[in-house]
Ligand binder design. Sequence first.
Ligand SMILES: [Zn+2]
Length: 334
Amino acid sequence: MNSMPSADAPEAFPPWLRSPLAGLAALVRTRQPPPGLLVVGPEGVGKGLLVRTFLQRVACKAATDDVFPCGICNGCRSFLSDSHPEILEIAPEEPGKEILIDRIRSVIDFLSLSHSGPARLVFIEPAESMNVNAANALLKTLEEPPEGAMLLLAAARPARLAATIRSRCQRLRIPPPDSALVRQWLAPMVRQGLGVDEALAASLNRPMAARALLDDPVAIERWRQDREALGMLLESASPFPVATVFHACDLGSLLPRLQRLLVSAQTYLVTDQADAFARLFEPGALESFARSRGLQELSSLFQDSLQWHRDLPTALNPQLRCEHMVLRLWRRAS
Ligand SMILES: [Zn+2]
């Protein structure tokens, strides 16, 4: 969990999260915190960074600022090393996996202990990854919260959370940030010839992912490989060289970008305009790719690509898998 972004220096903190952060800080300062708070906002908008900065501010013993932690005191250090006695973070064991009831039982035990700070705090993200049993166990705690307990949940898809959990939580909504503001924030991080627009498009318009990409030469290399593979898919006359290039890619990163390309192709057919992702490729190539498949086929390819992504963890010959995918992408094209 420490690999996730944690408290930024105030000047690098995303400007669209400042007012929600001040709201969170006020919640704890001025009155009894609500037992449940649900932070809702699009994927990659910075919900985790927001909550972690708030939690670190609660842990901080030397802050001179109302909302930002100092970053160096013992309280900050124990938070950053994941060993603060009154703050617990819960996430799936691996990205994409469910949060199981055992983890929620540990939350319940944790919250039943006494506290010396303003509250015992638990952060669960993504909250919608709790399975049914885990969510039911958590609901009991939300219905009868121990004194001084505060549960913070973050969800990009709150509709997947049980309505009973949603209704028990105060809601903090993070709207999609203004794109000019996001660009301005990312601009100082540009390096290795990857511009802000390309970083955002490669990250499916998620500001936090764009920042992580700009920060990681390996991820930039992977993006360039993916972009080349997708460009080849658009331009190649035959599926076989494309299968070879797909095979050289990391499918975990390529498939969401392939899905994005299929959406861009559909958008192109409907609006006659290339969106930001489509503009990364040869304009004529996307158009002929889109027209040769048609709207219905593109939508069915999109559904198939979701399935390919879900099937990734199951062992199958990767070479065969890539050939199967690329042949499917060609099937009704010629
Ligand atoms: Zn501190």
